[in-house]
Design a binder for this molecule. Structure first.
Ligand code: ATP
Ligand code: MG
Length: 398
């Protein structure tokens, strides 16, 4: 039987625009899809004529397979389809059968067929394919449905390709983006908050491999606060694969700042240290860029002046994918990717432990540099680097 396997058609969106590099991007994407489905047995996945086809044994739950494929970056859309030979009668039978199941499931009263002929040597043209296949469907489902070309309950797509044709009713949108591994490696400064996991996810969606650095102030911050960061990493790993997390104790630096610098500059000075340490970690681990969850104007340390003072601390490029996003949109995204509920768990963060009562909102760079010059920056960074603990976290943590 031809349909012992279930077929999924994967469209690649932006990958398809890659010109000469298209085969490379498609190959990486295919590898990512295969890897995402590695726990399923007897899965076939291959590229053909600009699409990716996935075939699984029919007994695998469709929704689960769909969900797994849709979480792969680079997937623009997905259709769960029936495959048949490219022959009008066979397509007609397949379409009629397909609709027979769908009509009661979705209470369909009206439909139309949209046909596309990718195989230009196929003897019947698209409009005629549509009307003839519509005829098969009507005949097999006599009296239950009628054609409505303007406002149908269901659009039945018929895609005629070389050798095989496909019948399906849904095109489910994926995240789009580019396949992981096609755009270098970024080091996310990962707090336990809402923003930084979203920032990491957004860069990963553009093909960037992710590594993370987290700062804590143990014993002022608890072990549970760090576990929360690992939980967030596990959720991200569901999209990005296993992620290395380096955690570093910032306490002695915060104490040195507290003893030697104006109280209202604590946050901005700590942030500069975080950036400088992250730059070192990035260099050691061959990361091309830093990533932060900063968004302009969101809090005192993220005013224009705050960002100027922070950015100035490092030479390595810093990506801030949330820079122009409103908090409400960031929260929305966090919910969609599944990090929100964990992010709002109430554990202390190293910045809140030492939060000044009135943080500077317009720090002058010269003044910040002058305060910082009271500290032995290199020695403090060297000491902090010694506290680094590294773990690898995979999606199975969650
Ligand atoms: P988030 O929700 O990501 O914590 P936030 O709105 O709380 O962001 P800040 O606390 O000002 O903003 O932090 C700005 C950015 O600095 C964070 O998005 C993150 O990239 C980085 N950062 C802050 N605290 C830490 C930390 N403890 N460890 C690693 N990075 C941090
Ligand atoms: Mg924070």
């Amino acid at each position: 039987m031809e349909n012992e396997k279930h077929t999924y058609i994967v469209r690649t969106g932006e990958v398809a625009l890659k010109g000469m590099n298209k085969p490379y991007f498609e190959k990486v994407l295919l590898g990512r899809i295969k890897n995402a489905l590695k726990d399923y047995k007897n899965v076939e996945a291959y590229r053909k004529e600009g699409l990716i086809f996935v075939k699984t044994p029919a007994e695998y739950p469709e929704e689960e397979v769909e969900h797994t494929i849709l979480n792969v970056f680079g997937v623009a859309s997905l259709s769960s389809a029936v495959e048949t030979e490219s022959d009008m009668e066979k397509i007609g039978e397949a379409a009629a059968e397909y609709m027979k199941k769908l009509i009661p499931q979705r209470n369909i009263k009206t439909f139309k067929v949209e046909a596309k002929r990718a195989d230009k040597s196929f003897p019947v043209q698209s409009p005629e394919i549509a009307s003839r296949i519509g005829g098969y469907v009507l005949k097999a489902n006599d009296g239950q449905i009628r054609v409505d070309v303007h406002n149908p309950d269901c659009v039945l797509y018929v895609n005629v390709r070389h050798g095989h044709s496909y019948v399906f009713a849904d095109k489910i949108r994926g995240f789009g983006g580019l396949p992981l591994g096609t755009n270098g490696r970024g080091l996310i400064l990962l707090s336990g908050g809402i923003d930084s996991p979203v920032a990491a996810w957004m860069m990963a969606k553009r093909g960037m491999m992710i590594e993370a650095v987290h700062f804590h102030s143990y014993p002022y911050t608890s072990e549970r606060a760090r576990e929360k960061v690992y939980d967030l990493t596990g959720i991200l790993a569901g999209y990005c694969g296993t992620i290395k997390v380096h955690s570093i104790n910032l306490l002695s630096i915060q104490q040195a700042i507290g003893e030697n610098c104006p109280e209202d500059e604590m946050t901005i000075l700590s942030r500069r240290f975080m950036m400088m340490i992250a730059e070192r970690v990035a260099k050691q681990n061959k990361c091309d860029m830093l990533i932060t969850g900063e968004s302009i104007g969101q809090v005192a340390s993220q005013t224009v002046q705050g960002l100027v003072a922070t950015d100035n601390a490092v030479d390595i490029p810093v990506m801030r994918p949330l820079i122009a996003m409103d908090k409400i949109d960031i929260i929305d995204r966090a919910r969609k990717i599944g990090t929100y509920e964990t992010s709002i768990e109430p554990y202390e963060d190293c910045c809140t432990v030492f939060l000044p009562k009135h943080p500077v909102t317009k720090p002058k760079l010269e003044k910040i540099l002058e305060s910082e010059s009271k500290l032995d920056v290199e020695a403090l960074i060297d000491e902090a680097m010694k506290t680094m603990e590294t773990v690898s976290i995979g999606p199975d943590r969650i």
